[in-house]
Write a protein that binds this ligand. Structure first.
Ligand SMILES: NC(=O)N[C@@H](O)C(=O)O
Ligand code: NI
Length: 162
């Protein structure tokens, strides 16, 4: 199967998570009028009920290229996961709805180089997929003493095309 990657939009990504960017007007003007604050734009969840807490990590991921073969999806049942690029390069985002405990029809999105994403708790997704070096991302997700990871190897891997 082939899947075409669509441009990432808040509306298209809404079933899966939040898009973080500085498009449109800021919610607040701060710092003596010299800074726009795009306030509280992501639904974060770190599973405090099971002892989770927020953490910030840095990922340095190998860049991939399109066409991209996806053979695994995963989800984090106990927390959200945000990927904030530390370079202005587009990256590939693969997500899927849940279909009775398994991934449903996958979707692929390309960011525009000025967007970050926050995957909602439990959203099926492909692993971080940069498309250019250095593949540096700040990642905000759950820190805890459970695995918080459910992996689903795909019996029918699919290819993402531009
Ligand atoms: N395993 C890990 O920390 N990263 C994955 O969850 C990922 O989505 O890249
Ligand atoms: Ni993940």
């Amino acid at each position: 199967m082939q899947i075409k990657a669509d441009p990432l939009t808040p509306e298209g990504f809404a079933p899966f998570g939040d898009v973080l960017d500085a498009t449109g007007g800021p919610d607040k003007i701060i710092n003596a009028g010299l800074c726009g604050r795009y306030h509280d734009r992501a639904r974060l969840d770190f599973g405090p009920e099971t002892g989770g807490r927020a953490g910030i990590s840095i990922f340095k991921a190998e860049p991939r290229s399109l066409p991209y073969l996806c053979d695994l999806l995963e989800r984090h049942p106990e927390g959200s996961q945000a990927f904030i690029p530390m370079s202005a390069d587009p990256f590939l985002v693969i997500v899927a709805p849940d279909d009775r405990g398994q991934p449903g029809q996958p979707r692929a999105f390309l960011t525009n180089g000025a967007q970050a994403i926050n995957l909602h708790r439990g959203t099926w997704h492909g692993v971080l997929t940069p498309l250019a070096a250095p593949g540096l991302f700040a990642v905000i997700d759950r820190i805890g003493n459970t695995a918080n990871l459910e992996e689903y190897p795909l019996a029918d891997p699919f290819t993402v095309i531009a």
